[in-house]
Design a protein. Structure first.
Length: 370
């Protein structure tokens, strides 16, 4: 009989995993969650996407740079693939056991969850009595959008083919109507960087978006070219310009700093300080910025039947330092006779607004589910 009982006990212990899941208890809440663990080489690990379930964290793998980006409690973490190194706020942390990639899934050691995170986010979580006591996670859904009508006031922006229309007026009108459509049909608040014909510096525009805690930044512009036959629509997100054409548009939009914000000294200040901010801020949102850029480009071309100039990358000052997905839309070439007629017509502007609305709606749906 004893032997039979011992045999049953042996089976019982064999059936129980020799590792334990992590219980997450939320502060001042009556519910718990659980982060499941598994083992690799006798070390306890968890699937990194469990952070999304428990804390609404955003996970982004950058295979090109061999990095895994995690956005948690409005903080940005970067983990080097195939390593045990965590980059956070300019510091490097070592959680001893390397990140594991198994069947296209990413696993971090349990120690990252119960030791590393509580040590660098002490106001958000602590581990005690086999439980991770954590603050209720931040809601990552898109609730606030900043629309930036390019140029304004003393800065007219690009001047139309007829010499009678100005970029600053087109962008402001589209921005106002877009704000109304977004707020009327989506559960979002929309703020404008300017609501009248006034000059606003490029840096102030992204500072406004950041201080407003916006979830998305869209800058509206009209393009121009010395060749009056050039036409079409293109959408940009922040990065180093890849083509001569992108560099030309970049120079055109950035020239406002030299022309209206203090000349060469102001340009140098943007180059020295803002690029550092851009690297810190936009690296985390490049994938999201690219996704909405793609939505926008496709919808704008399909809706307006304009020439498709594609999604592009450029180093726009106005996108630098934005702590959210950020894009710049060139709605057409106001220097082109036909494009100018379209850009200044209510019918065409409604098509632009519908395309942007559809893109934001699709992106919001996808983003809110992440």
């Amino acid at each position: 009989m004893h032997k039979f009982v011992n045999f049953l006990l042996l089976l019982f212990y064999i059936a129980i995993p020799l590792w334990s899941d992590v219980i997450v208890e939320y502060k001042d809440q009556n519910f718990q969650d659980e982060i499941r663990t598994t083992k690799f080489s006798d070390i306890e690990y968890f699937n990194v996407f469990e952070l999304n379930k428990a804390f609404k964290a955003k996970i982004q793998a950058d295979l090109l740079d061999q990095r895994l980006h995690i956005s948690l409690y409005e903080k940005q973490f970067t983990i080097l693939l195939d390593s045990s190194l965590l980059l956070f706020m300019g510091k490097t942390y070592n959680f001893l056991h390397p990140l594991v990639v198994e069947k296209e899934k990413y696993y971090l050691p349990k120690s990252f969850l119960i030791e590393v995170l509580p040590s660098i986010l002490p106001d958000k979580m602590r581990y005690e009595k086999n439980k991770l006591i954590a603050s209720v996670p931040h809601d990552n859904s898109i609730k606030r959008i900043v629309i930036d009508p390019g140029h304004g006031g003393k800065d007219p922006g690009a001047i139309g083919f007829s010499k009678k229309s100005f970029e600053k007026n087109v962008t402001l009108q589209v921005a106002k109507d877009l704000k109304e459509k977004l707020e009327s049909n989506l559960q979002v608040e929309v703020l404008l960087t300017r609501t009248k014909d006034e000059f606003v510096s490029l840096q102030s525009r992204t500072e406004f978006a950041n201080s407003s805690e916006a979830d998305l930044f869209i800058s509206l512009h009209c393009n121009a070219h010395k060749n009056k036959k050039v036409t079409g629509i293109e959408v940009y997100y922040l990065s180093t310009a890849k083509t001569d054409e992108a560099r030309a548009v970049e120079a055109l939009e950035n020239s406002v700093v030299y022309n209206y914000e203090g000349g060469a000294d102001a340009v140098q200040q943007y180059d020295d300080l803002a690029f550092i901010l851009a690297d810190m801020a936009q690296n985390e949102h490049l994938e999201e910025s690219y996704k909405i850029s793609s939505f926008l480009q496709d919808n704008l071309v399909n809706e307006t039947k304009s020439y498709n100039r594609g999604v592009k990358q450029a180093n726009f000052y106005v996108l630098r330092g934005a702590y959210m997905p950020a894009v710049l839309i060139e709605m057409g070439f106001i220097s082109n006779h036909d494009d100018e007629k379209d850009l200044t017509s209510e019918k065409y502007q409604k098509k632009i607004i519908k395309a942007i609305f559809d893109s934001v709606k699709a992106f919001k749906y996808k983003y809110d589910k992440m």
